[in-house]
Design a protein around this ligand. Structure first.
Ligand SMILES: Cc1cc2nc3c(=O)[nH]c(=O)nc-3n(C[C@H](O)[C@H](O)[C@H](O)COP(=O)(O)O)c2cc1C
Length: 128
């Protein structure tokens, strides 16, 4: 299990408009310590722990040029704006590989399934 620490930065806001705001993380060091993909995660922020889902990757559906690895977390039951704050993220379990989708719509449908899967998995086993 890896622990990623990062400062929350503004993404290009597509997440927000499609119904699941994500915290985009500026991670140091730059080297990815996780293989790309989608993970069930625990987020530590100001002394509280939250469940969430994280994508680590290049976001091939919306992004064709820049191959930089992005860390994006959607935190469940969390509605604060935390740009500039630091959070810690622990990966608990791997969900799937990141992949290109033919449309944003299809990506959104898949992410909704991923969120359901991760929520139910945390109901079965909340610790990791
Ligand atoms: C749980 C989750 C899974 C994701 N899976 C993929 C994926 O398989 N392929 C992909 O191209 N992008 C994937 N993304 C990235 C989305 O394209 C990205 O979050 C969205 O465009 C919003 O980015 P923004 O916050 O910078 O606007 C995923 C994001 C999340 C949160």
């Amino acid at each position: 299990m890896a622990m990623i620490k990062g400062k929350v930065i503004r993404g290009n806001q597509i997440g927000r408009t499609i119904g699941f705001p994500t915290a985009n993380l500026l991670v140091t060091p730059k080297e990815p310590s996780l293989t790309t993909g989608v993970y069930g995660v625990k987020v530590l922020y100001k002394g509280s722990r939250y469940n969430g889902i994280m994508n680590v990757g290049v976001r091939p559906t919306i992004n064709k040029e820049d191959l930089q690895i992005h860390y994006e977390v959607h935190i469940f039951n969390f509605h604060e704006t935390i740009y500039g704050e630091e959070i810690k993220v622990n990966d608990c379990f791997f969900v799937r590989e990141e992949r290109p989708f033919d449309s944003i719509n299809q990506l959104v449908l898949q992410i909704k399934k991923d969120i359901k899967f991760v929520r139910s998995r945390f109901l079965l086993q909340s610790e990791c």
